[in-house]
Design a protein around this ligand. Structure first.
Ligand code: FEO
Length: 394
């Protein structure tokens, strides 16, 4: 048996990128990634689901050669981003009879991004189907996971969902199916936090809709395949539907120790009040870990010194990121030390327009924190603990 076979006649033909360490020149990939492409043989037609990053086109073509694929009838582009579409031009040259199947919006993107000729396309609407003979592909429009053009492909007879980025994980492994659920959960949560979280309310609707489909297998475009899909479906349901938890995320940076002293005191005060603290030193934090912590947190408190009359740039970067990722936060505050003044609070507060949060009174002090400043931190911790309790954040 081919060890890359999801079901009889359904093959993984993608590429594992063990060495990639950055995605979009932004997102850390501590465990590499994969670009999953799948080949489906029907009794009459053959379809390829997505391609791979253009840096690894040769791997995809090698897999197709090994399977002795002489003709592909349909190439399905679930999503136009180049890590899945980048090898399309090469595939379409090698298999010139293939129709490129995608949403109308995806067609626009692919023409712009890859200059694919108009006559190659066959666009599909929501719920359209294509027959491969004894197998049927159904297309489910699922905009904003995480681009506006995305579709999910459902292989009806085998009950396999090909959701592209949705449910994916940046994890390089040559195990086709998930074996270590804990490890994949962490990688999928990181992926969700970095890529999908800004669209959590859209994903709520898509998850509701997917309840109408029997799904035995989820074959995403990154990371291993879920042959027990309930684990990832349950995780996603928790991430997008659950209320935030009794957690304060505390990203901070300190130049001469004053802000650090405040952060330590504050973390202790929260701990005494039963609030979970996730603290991140922004001089060395993996931003993916910070993003993961934001998935469940009810509150963020930024520890920030003032530099040149404004927030330290690393703290500003963290706030910019939190605003972009739109987590389900409810409360935000700022603590930190300054030398002679500045606009740190005003600056950071103006950087959070996407966050539907209550801003709790900040605690700023001049130089080292004094007794009154430490008392103010205790009061802030008490306020947060009470707010979490009132909202039943557990
Ligand atoms: Fe894996 Fe949005 O591309």
């Amino acid at each position: 048996m081919n060890n890359r076979m999801l079901a009889e006649g359904v093959f993984f033909v993608g590429a594992i990128d063990w060495d990639r360490r950055l995605f979009d020149s932004l997102i850390p990939l501590p465990d590499g990634t994969s670009y999953n492409s799948y080949l489906i043989k029907g009794s009459e037609k053959t379809a390829l689901i997505d391609t791979v990053d253009p840096t690894m086109t040769d791997v995809l073509m090698g897999h197709l050669d090994k399977l002795e694929i002489k003709k592909i009838d349909y190439v399905i582009a679930n999503h136009a981003e180049q890590d899945h579409s980048g090898s399309l031009p090469h595939v379409l040259r090698k298999y010139p009879e293939a129709k490129l199947v995608c949403s109308p919006r995806c067609k626009e993107f692919l023409i712009e991004l890859l200059m694919i000729p108009e006559n190659k396309f066959q666009t599909v609407n929501d719920k359209d189907t294509i027959s491969l003979g004894n197998r049927t592909l159904e297309f489910i429009h699922a905009p904003w996971v995480h681009w506006p053009e995305t579709i999910l492909t459902y292989l009806r007879e085998d009950k396999i969902l090909f959701p592209c980025d949705l449910f994916g994980s940046h994890l390089a492994t040559n195990e086709l199916f998930v074996t270590d659920e804990g490890r994949v959960y962490e990688a999928a949560k990181r992926y969700y936090a970095e890529i999908m979280m800004p669209f959590w309310s859209n994903i709520q609707k898509h998850l509701e809709r997917l309840k109408g489909y029997g799904i035995n297998t989820i074959a995403p475009s990154h990371g291993p395949v879920y042959n027990r899909p309930e684990s990832i479906l349950k995780a996603y349901r928790s991430w997008v539907f659950d209320e935030p938890k009794n957690i304060v995320v505390l990203p901070y940076i300190s130049m001469h120790g004053s802000t650090q002293k405040m952060v330590r005191h504050f973390a202790e005060a929260l701990t005494e009040r039963g609030v979970t603290v996730k603290q991140f030193d922004l001089t060395e934090t993996d931003l993916g870990k910070l993003a993961m912590a934001l998935v469940d947190a009810a509150t963020v408190v930024v520890g920030v010194p003032t530099v040149l009359a404004a927030a330290h740039p690393n703290a500003a970067h963290a706030v910019f990121l939190a605003n972009a990722l739109r987590p389900k936060l409810k409360f935000v505050s700022i603590i930190g030390s300054y030398g002679w003044g500045g606009k740190t609070v005003e600056q950071l507060s103006a950087m959070m327009p996407n966050l539907k949060v209550e801003v709790l009174p900040p605690v700023l002090c001049k130089g080292l924190p004094k007794e009154a400043d430490l008392k103010a931190l205790d009061n802030l911790a008490e306020t947060i603990a009470q707010k979490h309790k009132e909202n039943k954040f557990a």
